[in-house]
Design a protein around this ligand. Sequence first.
Ligand code: OFO
Length: 166
Amino acid sequence: MLSENMQKALNQQLLMEAQSSQAYLAMASWAEIQPGLKGVTAFFFRHSDEERMHMLKFIHYINERGGFAVVPPLAQPTLTFVSLKQAFEMLYKHELEVSAGINDLVDMALREKDYATYNFLQWYVNEQIEEEKLARDCNDKLEMIGDDRGGLYLFDRDILSLDQDN
Ligand code: OFO
């Protein structure tokens, strides 16, 4: 059985995953109307779906442990971006915030001796290592590419395989 505090904290993280899904969905929609960003568009849509899956895992876990997963209202995410680089910088920042949220939960699980939740969270700990690395790689590449259109073309072409390598 989850403690009241843990239930609240897990619901808070569920909200964060839902916000991530919305944020990346908005990036996908923006990318879809930019010329030549087919790969990036697919990447953002796929990422948005993954975040929804992360949210669903929290929903099932909270309910299975005798709590109640609250489906939260969502604020409108940022809709437009001055550049692809800006979108990816936001994505990276977002992932760091998600990681911080997961780390706080792990900390709380240990303090409460809630080892079931501690165990459940390990999946997210590992996932965030990959997510942060992927976001950092994308940012590094975009930094290197700058305004080079050829570089951007290759970035868009290769981004889906970059995602799979992780
Ligand atoms: Fe679920 O936050 Fe990204 O991964």
